[in-house]
Design a protein around this ligand. Structure first.
Ligand code: UD1
Length: 430
């Protein structure tokens, strides 16, 4: 019965180190198969999703050596198979990155249809459209996406929606295509830029990542590299909002403040002080929180992956707030859980109308997905009394040492495995 037991009410105070970006790491690990030379990747977060990715790589004969908890050495020289249908990989969304990476290098890939969080329809039509524009054949058979090409040729792709996954996937496939590829209406997220930088460090020629037009000149071969992944914008943002809801004072360290601007701006709007330095951001929540409106948008807009966390904060903010989810259509499932903690939130379509309440009270909760799960943890930290959170496997997909990092800020949270451990926690926290 793995769950988190949380006693709320303590303001979070102190400093917390942010790890490498999950969504950059997942793509970069896949991209590492594109060279036969050795690649060393640093700042890889130790998460269920990254471990599933490495496991899938091992399953097709790629050498993977963990040099330390966050550094991994990869060599794909002896790759034995281009079919990835390992059980773990079916559960993660980013498995689709093997399509672009393997197609780019070996002109063929077969990958189990991606899983990931159930936050709405998650089509991959734009990935497929991009691969086809490069001359690949793509079909779906027996639960696998199969793509192959005699030869990949650079193409001109206009993405119909701004998609991080398709932008990265098509970019990877195009890196070793013949000639020039142009991706228009590309996603601009920091991890798109990170993957481009990684590919360039292997000898690729990718220009314009971080703008909405990416230009790729195909090269014949990629070489080995050593590369450090950028810090995780969403992990940092989650701790920043945890500071806000617990009326705390938290410094997130090892971050790129520029990547956090939309998050910092909303925190200031609702009454927090936010201080930026070179690689840290401090959030102080000394005043009562006030309402605001927010709409999730592709970067540099407010991230959809921070939508549950801001909703938790607005649920405790004076006045009426409106949160509009414009990226995924089913991302308010956690609102029922918050309601059971005393929140007053009405969801209509892709909009949540939130009437701030003075407090939440602890309850037995279930994490519906990764980010909503983390947001429920922050709600429980702010709540009066004890909460338990089930299905923490979702949270562990994206947060390394979450309870330990929160404990370091003064939170009363423990991972418990049995009813007895839960009772012990109850007795300890009083
Ligand atoms: C990635 C992130 C996820 C984040 C999301 C948006 C990973 C592993 N996951 O997910 O945490 O919430 O970006 O920042 O990096 N779409 C299509 N067709 C496609 C692809 C996407 O219509 O072929 C739509 C989606 O339904 C969604 C929007 O485009 O409405 C954005 O999706 P996308 O950016 O691709 O998200 P993911 O890559 O799945």
């Amino acid at each position: 019965m793995e769950q988190y037991a949380i006693k709320g009410g303590n303001p979070l105070v102190g400093e917390v180190e942010i790890g490498g970006a999950k969504n950059a790491a997942l793509a970069i690990l896949a991209a590492a198969v594109m060279t036969e030379e050795t690649v060393i990747i640093e700042n890889v977060p130790d998460l269920r999703d990254t471990m599933a990715m490495l496991q899938a790589m091992k399953s097709i004969g790629i050498q993977v050596e963990q040099l330390n908890r966050h550094t991994v050495k990869i060599n794909a020289r002896n790759i034995s198979d281009l079919v990835i249908e390992d059980d773990c990989i079916k559960k993660i969304r980013a498995s689709y990155y093997f399509l672009g990476a393997l197609l780019g290098k070996y002109k063929k890939a077969e990958v189990a249809l991606p899983g990931g969080c159930n936050i709405g329809l998650r089509p991959i039509d734009q990935h497929i459209k991009g691969f086809r524009a490069l001359g690949a054949d793509v079909r779906i058979e027996h639960g696998l996406i199969i793509t192959e090409a005699q030869q990949l040729k650079g193409g001109h792709i206009y993405l119909d929606v701004v998609t991080v996954g398709a932008t990265i996937n098509v970019m990877m496939a195009a890196v070793m295509a013949e000639g020039q590829t142009i991706i228009e209406n590309a996603a601009k997220e920091p991890h798109v830029v990170d993957v481009a930088n990684f590919l360039n460090s292997m000898g690729a020629s990718v220009k314009g990542a971080g703008t909405d037009v990416i230009r790729i000149k195909g090269v014949q071969k990629l070489h080995g590299t050593e590369y450090a992944i950028i810090p995780d914008q969403i992990e940092a943002g989650t701790f920043m909002f945890a500071a806000a809801v617990t009326k705390g004072d938290v410094t997130v360290k090892n971050v790129i403040p520029k990547h956090l601007e939309s998050i910092s701006a909303k925190l200031m709007e609702i009454g927090c002080e936010v201080e930026e330095s070179d690689d840290a951001v401090r959030v102080v929540a000394a005043k009562p929180l006030t309402h605001t409106h927010v709409k999730t948008l592709p970067y540099p807009g407010f991230p959809t992956d921070m939508q549950p966390q801001i909703t938790v904060a607005l649920g405790l903010s004076r006045g009426t707030s409106i949160v509009t989810e414009s990226i995924f259509e089913n991302r308010f499932k956690y609102v029922d859980e918050l309601t059971r903690m005393g929140a007053s939130i009405k969801v209509e379509g892709n909009t949540a109308i939130i009437d701030g309440v003075p407090k939440y009270t602890g309850a037995s909760l279930t994490a519906p997905d990764l980010r909503a799960g983390a947001a429920l943890v922050t709600a429980a930290l702010a709540a009066e009394g004890i909460s338990t959170i089930d299905d923490i496997k979702f949270i562990e997909r994206g947060y390394e040492d979450f309870p330990q990092k929160l404990q370091g800020l003064g939170a009363q949270i423990e991972k418990v495995n049995t009813e007895r451990e839960l009772q012990k926690f109850r007795l300890k926290v009083g």
